[in-house]
Design a protein around this ligand. Structure first.
Ligand SMILES: [Fe+2]
Length: 287
């Protein structure tokens, strides 16, 4: 079992959301500003705000640019408080349910990317959540489990839709840790939840995509960790001389040419600059 890095100071309790805070969408940047104000260390690098986890003792003064095309064109996946219910040493498993488990079945799947939008293998993902009745198992390990991303940076969790408990909207807790890197502690949210508008911790940047399939739910979420990677090669200015283009909805099985090689699409996606076939092994396989 891999050890967890100690969470950030101040990540101890998970307070109930405020009441009467009024309608507000909380922007990710406003939350980051709040984190900056609460932080004990100067977190301005090069005149721009930075997260504490961006500051590496071994690279004082070095600040890499943020280039997550794989997210929403904005920042890496934002951190959130751990809350009071995390327990270390969860079982390694991708399913938290068995035949007798109560609740609406839910799968959560996605990828973990680094700052150059390359998938990261062997990322530790440790999930914990409430049961269908909104209770955490603080004596055992029900609805707790950890797993590792595969060679394509992919993960899949089988669980149930967590129940609500007082003061919070519906959420799943997770710690994500690339090999040898700090832990990102955060929470994932469900769209359309009435309490999303009143939970002071809720961040729309952490909404999963959720769809209903029969009596079950299928959710997706891609993490972007603050892990520096070799940037993808830049295509020559006059284009790679192939058929691949950004802004195209490719389907599984589609074939394109790029840089003189043929590639087969592995999963449907909307192509983006930076997602050229040689850079995205999760999306394209060289034919
Ligand atoms: Fe919680």
């Amino acid at each position: 079992m891999e050890d967890h890095t100690t969470p950030r100071p101040g990540a101890g309790s998970e307070p109930a959301s405020g009441t009467g805070s009024g309608p507000r969408p909380i922007s990710r940047k406003s939350l980051l500003k709040g984190a900056l104000l609460a932080a004990p260390l100067p977190l301005l690098v090069g005149g721009a705000p930075a997260l504490a986890r961006n500051l590496r003792p071994s690279s004082a003064g070095e600040q890499l640019p943020l280039t997550p095309y794989c997210d929403d064109g904005d920042d890496p996946t934002p951190p959130q408080m751990e809350g009071p219910y995390f327990k270390p040493n969860s079982p390694r498993r991708t399913s938290l349910v068995d035949a007798g488990t109560q609740g609406t079945r839910l799968t959560v799947s996605g990828y973990v990317f680094g700052r150059a939008c390359q998938p990261i293998a062997d990322v530790l993902l440790d999930f914990w959540q409430a049961d269908a009745g909104g209770a955490y198992d603080n004596t055992g390990y029900r609805f707790r489990g950890h797993q590792y991303t595969d060679a394509q940076g992919a993960f899949e969790l089988t669980t149930i839709v967590p129940g609500l408990y007082p003061g919070r909207t519906r959420h799943i807790h997770v710690k994500a840790q690339a090999p040898g890197r700090p832990v990102l502690t955060t929470q994932l949210y469900f769209p359309g939840e009435p309490r999303n508008g009143t939970d002071a911790i809720f961040d729309p940047a952490l909404l999963m995509n959720v769809r209903t399939v029969g009596s079950a739910k299928e959710a997706t979420f891609d993490f972007v960790l603050d892990v520096s990677q070799t940037p993808p090669p830049t295509p020559p200015p006059d284009g790679p001389g192939g058929t691949w283009r950004a802004g195209v909805n490719y389907g599984a099985g589609d074939r394109v040419e790029y840089g003189g090689a043929s590639y087969t699409c592995l999963q449907a996606h909307l192509s983006q600059a930076g997602w050229e076939p040689p850079n995205t092994p999760a999306l394209w396989r060289r034919a």
